[in-house]
Design a protein around this ligand. Structure first.
Ligand SMILES: Nc1ncnc2c1ncn2[C@@H]1O[C@H](COP(=O)(O)OP(=O)(O)OP(=O)(O)O)[C@@H](O)[C@H]1O
Ligand SMILES: [Mg+2]
Length: 302
C-alpha cells in the first residue's frame, strides 16, 4: 500500500490539473512497488500509464482540454528508469549546455513574459552506447517531466502521405504535452537514402520533418537522437536549438567510470573484469561487462 503522503501528493496534482506532476508521482509509485518486490503490481501500474492506455485517440492536456492525436500515441513508450543527470558522464560543453536548458525550463514563465523563446528542440548525436538516451531520460528527471520515446521508424509509413500525417500528430502531441519526447534513430531517414526507390518519399519526409521542427513549439523538450549524424541533412541540423555530441570516451575516462560504476554496484574489479573493461570502447560496453561479472559472482556463490 502506498503511503498516504504520496497519495495526497497525487490527488493534489490531479486537483490542480497538473498532469506532468501527477505522471511523475504515479511513476514514483510504480517504482516503489517494484522496489518492494511487487513486480506484477508495478507492471500493471506502469502499463496503465502508457499513453495508449486511453485508447490511443484522445489525450487529456494539462489545461483539461482533450485533443485528437490519432494512432501516433500507440507508438509512444513511457520510460520509467530516470537516472540523475550527475550520474551521466558528459563533456564539459554538453554539461554546460544542458544545465542551461534545465535553467531555461525552470525560468520558463519569466522568459515567456518577456516573449523570449526557451530552447526546446535538441539533437543528440554520437556512436551507440555513449549516453544519448540516458541523457534524455535524465533530463526528464531534472525537469520533473514524464519521458516518452519512439523510434523514428514508427513514423515512417508505408503509404504516401501517411508519414507527414504521423509527424504532424507527433509534434501536435509534443506541443500539448509537457514531457521529454525522445525520437530515437532519427537517422532512419539516412538509412532509407540508400534505396533509390525511396528518394522521392524520403525527400518528402525530410521536408515535412523540417517544417514541423520549424513551426512547432514543444511544451517540454523534444530530443532527437542519431548515431549516424553524417547521414542527416544539414538543413535539418539547423532546425534544432541545440546540437550535442556524445563522443566515445577516452581510455582513462572510461576506466575511471567503469571502476566507480563497479564500486557503486558492489562488484570487485577482478582480473577478468579489468580485462573486459580494457576491451570496452563505450560506456555501455563497460556497464555490460560489470553486469556480466556481477552475474558470474552471484551464480558461482549460489
Ligand atoms: N555518458 C554516459 N555516462 C554514464 N553511463 C553511460 C553513458 N553512456 C552510456 N552509459 C551506459 O550505457 C547504457 C546505454 O547508453 P544509452 O542508451 O544512453 O546509449 P545511446 O547513446 O542512446 O546508444 P544508441 O545509439 O544505441 O541508442 C546506459 O543505460 C548507461 O548504463
Ligand atoms: Mg539510444
Amino acid at each position: 500500500m502506498q503511503k498516504a503522503s504520496i497519495l495526497a501528493k497525487l490527488f493534489s496534482a490531479i486537483g490542480s490539473n497538473d498532469l506532468p506532476a501527477a505522471h511523475s508521482i504515479a511513476l514514483e509509485m510504480a517504482r516503489a512497488e517494484a522496489n518492494n518486490g511487487h513486480h506484477a503490481v508495478a507492471k500493471l501500474l506502469q502499463g496503465s500509464l502508457q499513453p495508449n492506455g486511453n485508447g490511443g485517440r484522445i489525450w487529456h492536456t494539462q489545461s483539461g482540454e482533450t485533443m485528437q492525436v490519432g494512432g501516433i500515441i500507440n507508438a509512444l513508450i513511457a520510460v520509467t528508469n530516470l537516472e540523475p543527470i550527475e550520474r551521466v558522464v558528459l563533456t564539459t560543453h554538453a554539461r554546460r549546455e544542458l544545465d542551461d536548458v534545465v535553467r531555461e525550463w525552470k525560468a520558463r514563465k519569466a522568459l515567456e513574459r518577456k516573449g523570449i523563446r526557451r530552447r526546446n528542440k535538441l539533437l543528440f548525436y554520437g556512436p551507440p552506447g555513449c549516453g544519448k538516451s540516458l541523457t534524455a531520460r535524465a533530463l526528464g528527471r531534472e525537469l520533473a517531466l514524464p519521458v516518452y520515446t519512439l523510434r523514428f521508424d514508427a513514423i515512417v509509413g508505408a503509404f504516401l502521405g501517411q508519414t507527414a500525417q504521423r509527424l504532424r500528430q507527433l509534434f501536435e502531441f509534443a506541443s500539448f504535452t509537457a514531457c521529454v519526447l525522445l525520437i530515437d534513430e532519427i537517422d532512419a531517414l539516412g538509412k532509407r537514402r540508400g534505396n533509390p526507390m525511396d528518394v522521392g518519399e524520403l525527400d518528402r519526409i525530410v521536408i515535412s520533418l523540417m517544417q514541423e521542427l520549424e513551426h512547432s513549439e514543444p511544451k517540454g523538450l523534444l530530443v532527437a537522437a542519431s548515431n549516424l549524424a553524417g547521414s542527416l541533412d544539414e538543413a535539418l541540423w539547423r532546425r534544432f536549438d541545440l546540437v550535442v555530441e556524445f563522443p566515445k570516451p577516452g581510455r582513462t575516462q572510461l576506466t575511471s567510470f567503469a571502476l566507480s560504476h563497479a564500486r557503486d554496484r558492489g562488484v570487485a574489479p577482478s582480473p577478468t573484469l579489468r580485462r573486459a573493461i580494457a576491451a570496452s570502447s563505450t560506456f555501455a560496453d563497460a556497464v555490460r561487462a560489470i553486469e556480466n561479472e556481477q552475474r558470474t559472482v552471484v551464480i558461482s556463490a549460489s
